[in-house]
Ligand binder design. Structure first.
Ligand code: CUA
Length: 311
C-alpha cells in the first residue's frame, strides 16, 4: 500500500486527515502537560529534598489561589479537548444523509462489494473515483467484522442484523490496503481487501466493464471449464452473471480475472495461484468455507482456463 509506514500520520482523505490532526494535537497537549508535571516533580526532588540536620517543613493548608488554578486550568483543558473531539467527529463521520453509493457485506473471510446503482457485484476489491465522498453501507452475513482502511477512513463494525455507515474518500489515486479489524474466526487475518482509487474516467471505464455479463468462451478448454463450473458444486456458492446468479455464499466471480487478489488477500491473483487454490483451498487457507473438491489436474486446468476468461 502507499501511505507510509504508519497510516495515521499519512492520511489520504479529509476524514482521516481530521483524525490525524486531532491525534497529533492531543498528543502535543498531553506532551506539554507531561513535561510540566515531570518538570515540577523534578524541581521538587532537586531543591526540596531532605537535608541532614534540617527539620520537617511547616505544612500549608487552604491555598485558595492554587486550588482554583489547578481546578479551573485542567477543566479548561478538558473543555478544549472535548471541543476538538466533537469537531474531529463531525469531519470524520458526518451523518449518513442519502442512499449508499456502495454496500459492503462482511463474510467469514472475505468481503462482498455491491454497487447498488448498477447491480455490479465484486469481492475483496473496492474501486472508487478519486475526490468523491462515497457513503458505504456496512452489513454482515455471519459474525461481527470491522471495516478498516487506515489511510482513508475511520473503523466501523459490521454487525449481523444491523446496518452501519461509513464515508470513504481518497485524495489521490492509488491502492490502499484494508483489513478486518475485529477477530472473527480462524482466518480473520486473511480477511483483507484493497481500495483502488482512480480518476473518475478510469473508474467509469472499470465500472462499465464490470457491468457486462460474461460471454461464452471460445477456447475448448475454457468451455470444458464452464461445464465443470455448472455441473460440479461451484454454482451452489458462486455466481457468474450470464451463467448463474442464484448463489451469494461465496465471492461473485463474474469478473474474477480483473481482480488483483484471491482468497481475501491470501495470495495474488495469478494463473498458478488460482490453480493451487482450486486444487486445495484448505492447504492455503485452512478452515475457509471452500472445500477441497478433489479435482484432477485436468479438471483444475480447465476451470482455470475458463476463470481466466472472466476479465
Ligand atoms: Cu472479519 Cu476479522
Amino acid at each position: 500500500m502507499n501511505g507510509g509506514d504508519i497510516p495515521v500520520f499519512h492520511p489520504f482523505s479529509p476524514e482521516t486527515a481530521s483524525i490525524s490532526h486531532l491525534f497529533i494535537l492531543v498528543l502535543i497537549i498531553c506532551g506539554v502537560i507531561l513535561a510540566v508535571v515531570v518538570g515540577m516533580i523534578g524541581y521538587g526532588l532537586m531543591f526540596f529534598r531532605h537535608k541532614p540536620g534540617s527539620s520537617d517543613p511547616a505544612p500549608h493548608f487552604g491555598n485558595r489561589k492554587l486550588e482554583l488554578t489547578w481546578t479551573i486550568g485542567p477543566m479548561l483543558i478538558i473543555i478544549w479537548l472535548f471541543a476538538l473531539t466533537v469537531h474531529g467527529m463531525r469531519q470524520s463521520d458526518p451523518a449518513a444523509n442519502r442512499q449508499p453509493d456502495l454496500i459492503v457485506i462482511g463474510h467469514q473471510w472475505w468481503w462482498e462489494v455491491r454497487y447498488p446503482k448498477t447491480g455490479v457485484v465484486t469481492a475483496n476489491e473496492i474501486h472508487i473515483p478519486v475526490g468523491r465522498q462515497w457513503l458505504v453501507r456496512l452489513e454482515s452475513a455471519d459474525v461481527i467484522h470491522d471495516f478498516w482502511v487506515p489511510a482513508l477512513a475511520r473503523k466501523m463494525q459490521l454487525i449481523p442484523g444491523l446496518t452501519n455507515h461509513i464515508w470513504l474518500e481518497a485524495d489521490a489515486p492509488g491502492t490502499y490496503g484494508g483489513e478486518c479489524a475485529e477477530f472473527c474466526g480462524a482466518e480473520h487475518s486473511w480477511m483483507r481487501f484493497s481500495v483502488i482509487a482512480e480518476s473518475p474516467a478510469a473508474f467509469d471505464a472499470w465500472l462499465s466493464n464490470q457491468e457486462n455479463p460474461t460471454a461464452i468462451p471460445a477456447m475448448d478448454s475454457a468451455q470444458t471449464g464452464l461445464k465443470l463450473f455448472q455441473t460440479m458444486s461451484c454454482i451452489n456458492c458462486h455466481s457468474i452473471r450470464g451463467v448463474s446468479v442464484a448463489a451469494n455464499a461465496a465471492p461473485d466471480l463474474t469478473h474474477l480475472a480483473s481482480r488483483e487478489i484471491l482468497g481475501g488477500g491470501v495470495m495474488s491473483n495469478t494463473e498458478t495461484n488460482l490453480f493451487r487454490w482450486l486444487k486445495n483451498p484448505q492447504a492455503i487457507k485452512p478452515g475457509c468455507f471452500m472445500p477441497n473438491l478433489k479435482l484432477t489436474d485436468a479438471q483444475t486446468g480447465a476451470l482455470v482456463s475458463y476463470l481466466e476468461t472472466l476479465q
